[in-house]
Design a protein around this ligand. Structure first.
Ligand SMILES: *[C@@H]1O[C@H](CO)[C@@H](O)[C@H](O)[C@H]1NC(C)=O
Ligand SMILES: *[C@@H]1O[C@H](CO)[C@@H](O)[C@H](O)[C@H]1NC(C)=O
Length: 391
């Protein structure tokens, strides 16, 4: 009997340990946005997950945009339209909050009591699209910029108009949103609000593939054309080069006026898989194993990856070191490090200068200190990485 009790207590202990690092938050549909034509690819309402701020954080707002690649033309947008990345009808109704979204100071010391909002991605262009016409044959809506606007207006209405602190953030395609829309976000908030932006894994670079083709450059040019994104991009950039090129952070970060922090792995898994060695550039599949698990790369492949890191660091040089700007660039094989506890803040999470991502971002946001660190050694030097292994 006593033995049973002990087993039970241990089980309960394990279960609560597992659940403590993350919890679920329901989905809110923004039905009122439909009237403004601010809709997902399939015409459905946009949606977000919100966990309300409390105590001292009641007037602080973290608005985070989800990622999920892009669709560049009608064919690919049609393939996305009826998935969770194109329709709120397909979205899971709960989302896990962890890391930067956690509501406990132990897991998220600087933002736990803020209003925390995770906006679902459903437009396919990093929330930049704005095309009025809808082809009845496809029923595709290219309206990401309108979703962005409608979500911010809705949150202003729900109390963000009194915000003391606000941060636009996102990961992957959403990390690109927080770069491209950073100054727009600033302009939508009251002048008295302290506004900053945080991009996690959003610094996609304009690099050639392993066979020397300009795949991502052509792809972004299509995305911008299909979604009518040019008008939300930085005018300072679009006056100098084509709108497709202004979708690359390296060509427009220098014009961002709002304080911004970049988190990125120098060997970003999405970039390696889709910019450097996409399937079309690797017909024989020689990169397949290496892309899934960096420990499986040959020495020739590792050399190419080291070259990619160099290109990545070169592309970052346009991001000047003004004290309002922050940077956490580690030599890891990963993608998105804010929304999971193991990479945001844990006893084994990634470190640069002995500092976790959670502390670097918190210190920068609250101006307790600057943080601008690029890890100055190559893979596999950093033993604190959580390198991704794909199934
Ligand atoms: C759409 O884009 C994909 C990927 O870039 C390409 O393979 C395909 O040919 C394009 N389709 C059309 C109709 O342009
Ligand atoms: C790193 O930080 C931890 C916790 O803040 C501290 O205990 C440790 O001494 C630091 N190590 C170094 C090498 O500074």
């Amino acid at each position: 009997m006593e033995g049973m009790m002990r087993v039970c207590i241990v089980l309960v202990g394990i279960l609560s340990l597992l659940s403590i690092e993350a919890y679920e938050v329901g989905l809110t549909f923004l039905d009122s946005a439909v009237a403004q034509g601010a809709v997902c690819l399939d015409g459905s309402a946009p949606a977000y997950h919100m966990d309300k701020g409390f105590g001292a954080g009641i007037d602080n707002w973290l608005v985070f945009f989800e990622g999920g690649g892009w669709c560049n033309n009608v064919t690919n947008c049609l393939a996305r339209r009826d998935t969770r990345l194109g329709s709120s009808k397909q979205m899971l109704t709960t989302e896990v909050f962890s890391g930067m979204f956690h509501n406990k100071p132990r897991y998220n010391p600087d933002f736990y009591d803020w209003n925390r909002i995770k906006v679902r991605y459903c437009d396919g262009a990093s929330f930049t699209g704005d095309v009025e016409e809808v082809d009845p044959k496809t029923n595709l809506h290219f309206r990401g910029a309108r979703i962005f606007q409608a979500v911010i207006e809705d949150l202003l209405e729900k109390g963000m108009k009194n915000a003391k602190n606000a941060m636009l953030a996102g990961c992957s395609a959403g990390g690109l949103t927080s770069i491209l829309q950073c100054d727009n976000f600033r302009s939508l908030l009251p002048a008295t609000t302290k506004v900053k932006c945080l991009s996690d894994a959003g610094f996609f670079i304009n690099a050639k593939t392993i066979i020397g083709t300009s795949q991502i450059e052509d792809f972004y040019a299509d995305v911008v054309k299909t979604h009518g994104s040019a008008k939300v991009l930085s005018p300072a950039c679009t006056s100098k080069m084509s709108p497709g090129l202004c979708f690359f952070p390296q060509n427009m970060v220098q014009y961002i006026e709002t304080p911004i922090f970049l988190i990125n792995a120098a060997y970003d898994t999405w970039q390696v898989k889709n910019i450097l060695a996409p399937g079309v550039a690797d017909q024989k599949g020689t990169w397949r194993e290496c892309k899934l698990d960096i420990t499986k790369c040959s020495s020739a492949q590792l050399d190419i990856l080291q070259g990619y890191r160099q290109e990545f660091l070169q592309a970052l040089t346009g991001f000047d070191n003004s004290p309002s700007r922050g940077m956490f660039i580690n030599s890891c094989y990963s993608h998105c490090q804010t929304g999971t506890q193991e990479t945001w803040l844990r006893n084994d999470s990634p470190l640069l200068s002995n500092t976790t991502i959670a502390k670097a971002v918190g210190d920068w946001y609250y101006e307790r200190g600057t943080f601008q660190k690029i890890e100055d050694c190559q893979y596999p030097c950093d033993k604190t990485c959580h390198n991704r292994v794909f199934e």
